[in-house]
Design a protein around this ligand. Structure first.
Ligand SMILES: [Fe+2]
Length: 193
C-alpha cells in the first residue's frame, strides 16, 4: 500500500482508485448511498452535462477528504465537523490544478452560500445534509456570501455542489472509477509536467 507521502504523479490515480475501491462501500453519513456510489454519481452527473475534465475530476473527488481525517462517521453525533473539505483539497493539491482543489475545498462553503441565497435550495437538502449544515456554520451571512461570489472559481464550485446534492440516488447506475482513470491522469499530467 502506497503511503500518501510517497505518492507521485504516476501513482496518485491508482492510489485514489484503491481508496475508493477499499473504502467506497462505507456508508455516507446517513445518506441512502455508499460514499463510493455518491462520488461516482457526482462524476457521472458532471460528465452528463459535458463539464470539462477538471470539473469531472472535482465532482469525483470532492469527498476524498472523508478518508484523511481521524474522526469516524459518528462525529456528527459528537458535534465535530471533520473539515473534510479542507483535508480533501490538501491531499489533492500536489497533483491537481487549483480549479479541482478549490472546488473540493469550497463544496461545503457552496452549500452554505446556496442556503443563504437560493430559497429553493434548502428544501433540496437531504436530512443528513441539513444536520451537517448546522455543524458547518449554517447559511452564510450577507457579507460571507458577497465574498464567496468574488472567488475566482465561484461558478464552478456551485456546479460541483449541485452535482454533490443530486448524487444521492440509490437506484442510479453509473460507471466505475476505472472509467475516469485516463481523464484523471490527463488532469494530473497537465498540472505536474
Ligand atoms: Fe458529497
Amino acid at each position: 500500500m502506497t503511503t500518501p507521502r510517497a505518492l507521485t504523479p504516476d501513482t496518485i490515480v491508482a492510489f485514489l482508485g484503491d481508496v475508493v475501491q477499499r473504502r467506497g462501500a462505507d456508508s455516507y453519513l446517513g445518506e441512502p448511498v455508499t460514499i463510493g456510489q455518491h462520488m461516482l454519481q457526482a462524476a457521472h452527473l458532471a460528465e452528463a452535462e459535458a463539464a470539462g475534465e477538471e470539473l469531472v475530476a472535482a465532482a469525483l473527488l470532492h469527498d476524498i477528504g472523508h478518508y484523511t481525517g481521524e474522526f469516524g462517521e459518528d462525529y456528527i453525533e459528537q458535534g465535530i465537523d471533520n473539515q473534510h473539505d479542507e483535508a480533501g483539497a490538501e491531499v489533492l493539491e500536489r497533483f491537481f490544478p487549483p480549479l479541482v482543489t478549490e472546488c473540493v475545498r469550497l463544496h461545503v462553503a457552496a452549500k452554505r452560500f446556496l442556503c443563504a441565497t437560493d430559497p429553493s435550495y434548502f428544501g433540496k437538502l437531504s436530512d443528513a445534509s441539513v444536520k451537517t449544515l448546522a455543524l458547518q456554520g449554517g447559511p452564510m451571512s450577507a457579507e460571507e456570501a458577497a465574498e464567496f461570489r468574488r472567488h475566482p472559481h465561484f461558478r464552478e464550485a456551485i456546479r460541483v455542489r449541485l452535482w454533490d446534492e443530486a448524487a444521492k440516488e440509490p437506484e442510479m447506475t453509473v460507471a466505475g472509477f476505472e472509467h475516469y482513470t485516463a481523464l484523471l491522469q490527463q488532469v494530473v499530467d497537465r498540472h505536474c509536467r
